[in-house]
Design a protein around this ligand. Structure first.
Ligand SMILES: *Cc1c(COP(=O)(O)O)cnc(C)c1O
Length: 374
């Protein structure tokens, strides 16, 4: 068996698997209790639009392959973004688009460039492509955007051997963000032949003053690819659907390597209905804004430094082993996220939940902190 395993792609053999948030059912099974609260995976506490649920209603077509071209959803997205349909690539979650882009542009000779403390999927798709990861040091903890992307550091590492740049706006797990001016200045500087992927998984939670006009910017910089997802504000994480907006020539390349039916029928129709219900998005964003402010206030009262955030989570320094606090909170039936796997061993990330979830989580956090005081 060892000889066989040695022949596996070396990039894959060396990589650490993605660590998902602990499922509610798993903890309930382990503790033998019910009513576990999970604020670990940045899901929408309101769930999806009722329209999306209604759209799932008729299951008569489960024996039939989905529309492999995703025509209806792509048309709706194209209209929403003011682009032609051939600018849109659908993915099985936006992670699928990250993977497609890495398969298109990363090789053992062409490196990926991303920030320290950036989203965990970037190093995974990079390793799978046997590509080098160039990690730009993040801003220091005492910077005004602590642990955020430093695009000047990116620029220093950007040369012709870079195959793909990943920028998360805002970033997970930090919640930090860039201004549209910073992003535009970076694109002006970046060579036109190097693709830049702007990951906007948390777009709806981003303050309006920080949002870029994706399509407009792509017209100016055709090397820019923007990704979005239905997993976060749209509340459809279970169905796995996301998309890329890009120059049609890049979309055409992605279309060549994607799985023929990468987005299933239920996901296609729920996403289409969810997209049409912007009232639900506004309600979700409003609820998040209030919950986020509440968390910042509570954490600062506890004297725990919170990273600036424009997402639907707060990440903060517990000043001790985050794994220990995480475990103590698990014992109380509350699942959050330790950022030890992100080389932030004292940080916890908590998704902004409903008011009730937030209160219960705060109580568990306080107990967890008491139990881990040294
Ligand atoms: C959650 C997340 C994604 C994508 O998730 P999908 O469910 O695959 O769409 C992408 N980027 C970041 C930064 C995320 O946090």
């Amino acid at each position: 068996m060892n000889k066989l395993l040695e022949r596996a792609n070396p990039g894959v053999r060396a990589l650490e698997p993605y660590e998902p948030g602990k499922p509610i059912e798993e903890l309930e099974r382990e503790l033998g209790l019910t009513g576990v609260i999970k604020l670990a995976s940045n899901e929408n506490p309101l769930g999806p639009s009722p329209e999306a649920l209604r759209a799932l209603g008729n299951l008569d077509d489960l024996s039939v392959y989905p529309d492999g071209n995703g025509y209806r959803l792509k048309s709706a997205l194209a209209q929403r973004h003011g682009v032609d349909i051939d600018w849109i690539t659908l993915g099985n979650g936006s992670n699928d688009i990250l993977d497609l882009m890495s398969r298109l542009f990363l090789t053992p000779e062409r490196a990926a460039l991303f920030s320290q403390y950036a989203f965990a999927v970037y190093p995974i798709v990079t390793a799978a492509a046997n590509a080098e990861a160039r990690v730009a040091p993040a801003y220091a903890a005492d910077h005004s955007m602590p642990l955020g992307h430093d695009l000047a550091a990116f620029a220093e590492l950007l040369d012709d051997d870079v195959g793909l740049v990943f920028i998360a706006q805002p970033n997970n797990p930090t919640g930090t963000w860039l201004t549209p001016e910073q992003i535009t200045a970076f694109l002006e500087q970046a060579p036109a032949q190097i693709p830049v992927l702007l990951d906007e998984a948390y777009y709806d939670y981003l303050g309006e003053q920080y949002r870029i006009e994706g399509p407009e910017l792509i017209r100016r910089f055709p090397n820019l690819v923007v990704t979005r997802t239905f997993s976060k504000a749209y509340g459809l994480a279970a169905l796995r659907v996301g998309y890329g907006i890009s120059h049609p020539a890049i979309a055409d390349l992605m279309n060549r390597v994607r799985q023929p039916f990468n987005v299933n029928s239920l996901a296609l129709r729920a996403a289409e209905a969810a997209l049409a219900d912007q009232t639900h998005i506004q309600a979700s964003v409003q609820m998040n804004r209030e919950g986020r402010e509440w968390w910042k206030q509570q954490l600062s009262e506890l004297g725990l430094p919170v990273l600036p955030t424009q997402a639907n989570f707060v990440s903060f320094d517990t000043g001790r082993s985050a794994d220990a606090v995480f475990q103590a909170m698990l014992r109380q039936g509350v699942i959050v996220r330790s950022l030890a796997s992100y080389a932030m061993p004292t940080y916890l990330r908590i998704t902004v939940g409903s008011a009730g979830e937030n209160e219960a989580c705060l109580a568990a956090l306080k107990t967890g902190l008491e139990e881990t005081n040294d």
